[in-house]
Each structure stands twice: as structure tokens, then as C-alpha cells.
Design a binder for this molecule. Sequence first.
Ligand code: FO1
Length: 336
Amino acid sequence: MQITVLAGGIGGSRFIRGLQRALEQDHPGSQITVIGNTGDDIWIHGLRVCPDLDTVMYTLGGGISAERGWGREDETFTVKDELAAYGVEPSWFGLGDRDIATHLIRTQSLRAGYTLTDVTAALCERWQPGVRLLPMSDDRAETHVVVDDPSGATAPDGAPLRTAIHFQEWWIRYRAELPAHEFILVGIDEARPGPDVLSTISEADLVILPPSNPVVSVGTILQVPGIAEAVRTTSAPVVGVSPIVGGAPVRGMADACLRTIGVETTAAAVAAHYGARSAEGVLDAWLMDTRDAEQVPAVEALGITTRAVPTMMTDIDATAALARECLSAGAVLARA
Ligand code: FO1
């Protein structure tokens, strides 16, 4: 089977590990292509950092820090401390010494004219993640967040001044606690899908939207011109997994992101936000946790085939079981 997954960072990577396990057992020889979010990418001290691509690569390649969910295992932060000793900002970004090697290679290669797709493939030669990892775009498309100016500055009329900060600063420095008025994907209008991105969606046997952040990860990927259309028109079934369980994100701050775009933090509201493919949306099926089973009829009413299943990815077996539910929902849809 050819399966395409639109993934962000930690949640998406964890899901893909379970999908790999399920496919090894049930559909050996299958190929997973991951379309990775690059809206989180940022220039840090002159280095190009791609948090979601690196999280997928490290998690599936066995280099991830299990404790943090991002960055490298056995990491040290000596360079970060030295930069802070010089009073150089940003000091809030956790730039690890081992991780810097990845960013040095990426930055050098980009400056030499290689595309992010080329660089990502080269980095994956070392890590062997067992999937094809494609950036959503080789063009810059960065998520910035419009917030009230953290300095508390106000306009002459007394209203708080608004400013835009990079998503990473909002996410890491302000822990998404600074109210976000709007997300702006800088450069998105000129961004093109990376090579092979559209074809891996249209030629897939199954497309999965894993439990990544529906706004700033999956939502960002769907904003790249052409990608949402490819998902809407692919002959493959499209199955999504709710990242919201019992009215809260399982991990991260997706609730703060959903609030910003005016979507309620429930499994049903996220499904409605993605929309049914029969109604200009992107979903054929939606898997949400058994704890939210009472929301199944509301999502079915949208024209989205819905199942309430255990979605907590507590270990590889639980995640493989969740992946199997996706494969099964996809198979049912394909027969229909
Ligand atoms: N997340 C944090 O909460 N704090 C950090 O200092 C941090 C540094 C970092 C460095 C490299 C990298 O690849 C990821 C990093 N992350 C950090 C995670 C990252 O901000 C988020 O995982 C994604 O951007 C959101 O999905």
C-alpha cells in the first residue's frame, strides 16, 4: 500500500511509528510518504531550523529525545549557554549541540543551492526513518502570530499595540499563553508544493491526517496552494484522527490555536473544521476517542464516516491499534 500522511511534529511522528508497526505486520512492503509541516521553520543564529521535519526524522530514526519529544537524545546545550553568555538573543530557543550539526548541514546545503527536499532526503540517509519525508514546500512559508505587544505598549487611543512574532517565540517563549489574534503564514501565497507532494497525495491508496495540531501543523500544510485541492480530489480515502480528546489536546497547545481561529476545542468541532469531502472539505472518515463517543452522530451528520476508538498513543502497540483502525476505515471506504 502507498500511504501518505500529512504530519506536524510530535503527535504525527508518534502516530507514524504505530502505522509502521501495523503495516509491517498487516501489509508488508507498504510505503509511507510523510508530507511534513515547514511553517514552524525559523532562522536561529544564522541556522535554518526545521522543527517538524527534524522531529519526524529523529523520532522515526531513533535519535529523538524521548523525554522532550523534540531534539536529540543525550543532548547538551553548551553552545546555547555560550551564546547566552554573550547576551545574544534569542536565548529562549533550545538549540542543542548535537542538533546544531543537522542545522549546519541544512544551512550550508541550502546556501549551496540545494532544495529543502534534497537536503531532507540527504539528512534522512543517515537516520533511515523508514518513510519518505517530503517538506510541504521548498519555498519559505513561516507561521507568525499576531499578539498584543508583550511590552504592554498601547496606541494613543489606549488600545494595546499589536505585533507579529514568529510561531516558535509564541510557542516556546510565551508557551502560547499570550493571546493570539491571528496566524499569518508569511510567504504562503508564493509557496508551491514541493516536488512529488501533489502526486503522492493523488496516487496514494490512503491519505491520513494524524493527530497533529489541526491549525499550525496539518492546517498549515493544507494552506500550501494546491495541497487541499489534491486531498479533496484524490481517489484515495482520507481518514483523520482527532488530536482533541475529552475537550483538550492530548499534548501541546492546540486549544490555544483553535481558539484563535474560532473553533471549539472538541473532536467534533475539529472534524467540522476539516469538513467532509462531499462538502468541499478534506475528510471521508474521522476517528475520535471512545471518551467522545457521544459526538459521533454530530460528525456523521456532516457526511463524515465516524468511529469512536481508543486514540491515546500510550505505547507502540496502542498506536499500532489506532493505525489499524485508520487502515480499516480506509479499506471500508475504498470498497464503498
Ligand atoms: N520546544 C520547546 O518547547 N522548547 C524548545 O526550546 C524547543 C526547541 C526546539 C529545537 C529544535 C526543534 O526541532 C524543536 C524544538 N522545540 C522546542 C519543539 C518545537 O518548538 C515544536 O515541536 C514545534 O515547532 C511545534 O510542533
